[in-house]
Ligand binder design. Structure first.
Ligand SMILES: Nc1ncnc2c1ncn2[C@@H]1O[C@H](COP(=O)(O)OP(=O)(O)OP(=O)(O)O)[C@@H](O)[C@H]1O
Length: 377
């Protein structure tokens, strides 16, 4: 088999059923999932509870045996359903950092760190082990605690130890399953930054699982959004936010106004489409896939709250403005968060605090067409 120099993991048409059947049909926890994890990159599986993230990660680790598809890792086929190949987890070039840290409580901090060099795939000998372990503990700020029992560390320190230990096994890929979820919000944000800088510093490839979209956007080079065992979109964080391909992604990443569309037609003499909605015709210049969608029915106009423009003066409405009524208005320091209703369509808008409006007021509303997308589904 030829070594793959570009991707640490290549997953093709992976499926997993848990032998549950509904009527005659098998239910798949993941169904036809394909993606690559390029070398040295931080890739995140993101989605709501039950969408199949952990199952995908466990199949990559070899802790679950998939029902179909292939997994190639570091140029080696570690799972191939048709050929009945299933390499055991301990023989795959991975290290896993689980939610519960997986630290050995009956060992000291340094013995925990040294463990993969004594028992893992890449074993070492003698003094080198302690020296390397101490060097890594220093990097994660735990060298002064090397001889403590691992249980005497705080949650954040245990997570740093878990990360250090994983790196000391020299894995091709680091698999991380919601590793920050047991920490409080402040520590979580701090460790998130640390995790990203360690990953970049050591150049290790990371496949990360989370249901927290802020965490996924902050950490990842690429985010894979999953829903009901399928992949909805694979993209860079900024593109996911600015160019969601489906109403599911638009709604799951950040907040979005999704306005039902009756029908859509190409814009005459220019790019974009005109979507007919209850608030009136809406010009959408942004397309999720860079293509102009021609005529059609259904779907949604997607506009982020920061791209809904609101004016207090309603005396002279422009052609692309419409009237809305303020239902609630919250002052959030740097902005007002408005809930509006326009022709029975609820809309959320972020506005300048100087707008000065109250519930019951009428306002002029406009969507910035350059940031407004038409989502066909
Ligand atoms: N051992 C199992 N036996 C039967 N069904 C399972 C098993 N493990 C997972 N499932 C089902 O497979 C689907 C995907 O589960 P999975 O744990 O992969 O989701 P997830 O996206 O990681 O969710 P969460 O964020 O809640 O961990 C769910 O419907 C779940 O109920």
């Amino acid at each position: 088999m030829s070594k793959n120099p570009v991707n640490s993991i290549v997953i093709t048409e992976l499926r997993k059923s848990y032998e549950r059947t509904t009527g005659a049909e098998t239910t798949y926890a993941i169904d036809g999932v394909s993606f690559d994890v390029p070398k040295g990159r931080f890739v995140t599986l993101l989605g709501p509870s039950g969408c199949g993230k952990t199952t995908t990660l466990r199949c990559v680790a070899g802790l679950e045996r998939a029902s179909g598809g292939r997994i190639e890792m570091g140029g080696q086929m570690v799972f191939d359903a048709p050929r009945k190949v299933h390499v055991r987890p301990e023989d795959r070039p991975i290290a896993m950092v689980p939610q519960s840290y997986g630290i050995w409580p009956h060992m000291t901090v340094i013995d925990n760190a040294a463990f993969p060099m004594q028992h893992g795939r890449n074993r070492r000998k003698g003094q080198d082990i302690r020296k390397r372990a101490m060097g890594m503990l220093e990097q994660v700020g735990l060298d002064a605690m090397a001889d403590r029992w691992a249980t005497q560390l705080s949650g954040g320190q245990q997570q740093r130890l878990a990360f250090a230990r994983a790196l000391l096994g020299d894995p091709e890929v680091l698999l991380l399953d919601e590793p920050l979820s047991n920490l409080d919000a402040k520590l979580r944000a701090k460790l998130r930054q640390e995790l990203r800088s360690f990953q970049a510093q050591f150049g290790v490839t990371a496949l990360y699982v989370t249901h927290d979209q802020a965490e996924a956007l902050a950490l990842s080079d690429t985010v894979i959004v999953m829903n009901h065992g399928h992949i909805e979109q694979i993209d860079r964080p900024e593109r996911l936010y600015d160019h969601p391909r489906s109403s599911f992604v638009a709604d799951f990443i950040g907040s979005a106004n999704l306005i039902p569309v009756q029908d859509v037609s190409p814009r005459r003499g220019g790019s974009g489409v005109i979507a007919k909605t209850d608030v009136g015709p809406v010009l959408c210049l942004r397309s999720p896939d860079g293509e102009d969608h021609g005529a059609g029915n259904g779907g949604f106009v997607c506009v982020r709250p920061e791209n809904v423009e609101v004016r207090a003066d309603t005396s002279d409405l422009a052609e692309d403005e419409f009237l809305g009524t303020v239902e609630s208005c919250e002052f959030l320091g740097d902005r007002l968060e408005l809930v509006l209703r326009a022709a029975d369509v609820p809309l959320t808008a972020f506005a300048r605090p100087s707008l000065g409006c109250r519930p019951g007021d009428e306002v002029a509303v406009r969507f910035d067409p350059s940031t407004t997308s038409y989502l066909p589904h």
